[in-house]
Design a protein. Structure first.
Ligand code: C5P
Length: 236
């Protein structure tokens, strides 16, 4: 069996404000996308990766993928580079087009979650194979959650406190049987914020496994600092 992976790295990174696409912004000296690829190096089994990048960043992506995979690439890792679209969903769709029909399971992963571990990737792929259904990493919500009403003046009033017990904050990689993911993307008629929502909307089963703190998404400058501190805490 071969596991396909779509790594989406074609976002603009407006909220990070680094003046370049987010996945190419360095985290302690190494581009986010390159760090994200590190977690796929040395995994057991056969893999096929579609790296989805913004126009004009193909060469840089090729170089950093070569640095990340080196000789490992030729043997058990097949790489594709493709161009992203206007939305994350459009970018994933492009990535799916690049992956061969040999992949029976496909994971979709945000380059912006560049600290997600190899162990998490393996757990997701393993759980998809074991259950023949979609699997996503999820963590309990730690903050208290309020539903608010926006007033005409722009201020907000609290309407209610939502019970957080049944709520989960979900991460990537999200894994699915390839046929279900492909079918769900063909059927998707609106924009969703994650792949599990697209697959669920098509009527397929998706379940959760425990996520990991390290798989947080880098969105703001504060997230970038958190990631850099994390890297430095492992430095010799
Ligand atoms: O913007 P956000 O951080 O939520 O994006 C999540 C992931 O989707 C990022 O890795 C980003 O590069 C990717 N993305 C993309 N194409 C877009 C928008 C986002 O590949 N048009």
């Amino acid at each position: 069996p071969r596991t396909g992976v779509v790594i989406v790295a074609a976002g603009s990174g407006t909220r990070l404000g680094a003046g370049q696409p987010k996945a190419f912004v360095p985290v302690a000296g190494v581009p986010m996308l390159e760090r994200a690829l590190w977690s796929f190096v040395g995994l057991p089994g056969e893999w096929e990766l579609a790296i989805v990048v913004p126009e004009g960043f193909e060469d840089e992506a090729r170089q950093l993928a070569e640095r990340a995979f080196g000789e490992y690439e030729s043997s058990r890792m097949t790489l594709h580079l493709c161009l992203g679209g206007e939305s994350r969903q459009a970018s994933v769709r492009e990535g799916l087009r690049c992956l061969s029909e040999q992949c029976d399971v496909i994971l979709v992963h945000d380059a912006a979650r560049c600290m997600a571990s190899s162990a998490l990737i393996e757990r997701v792929a393993g759980a998809v194979r074991a259950t023949h259904a979609g699997v996503i990493p999820a963590l309990p919500v730690v903050d208290t959650i309020k539903r608010v009403r926006t007033n005409p003046s722009g201020s907000e009033s609290i309407e209610e406190t939502v019970s957080r017990t049944p709520l989960r904050a979900v991460q990537t990689p999200q894994g699915f049987p390839a046929a279900a993911l492909r079918r769900a993307y063909e059927m998707a008629a609106e924009e969703y914020t994650d792949d599990a929502a697209i697959v669920s909307a098509c009527g397929y089963q998706v379940s959760t496994i425990p996520g990991e703190g390290d798989a947080f998404k880098i969105t703001t400058p504060a997230d970038l600092r958190r990631a850099e501190q994390h890297v430095e805490s492992f430095a010799p």
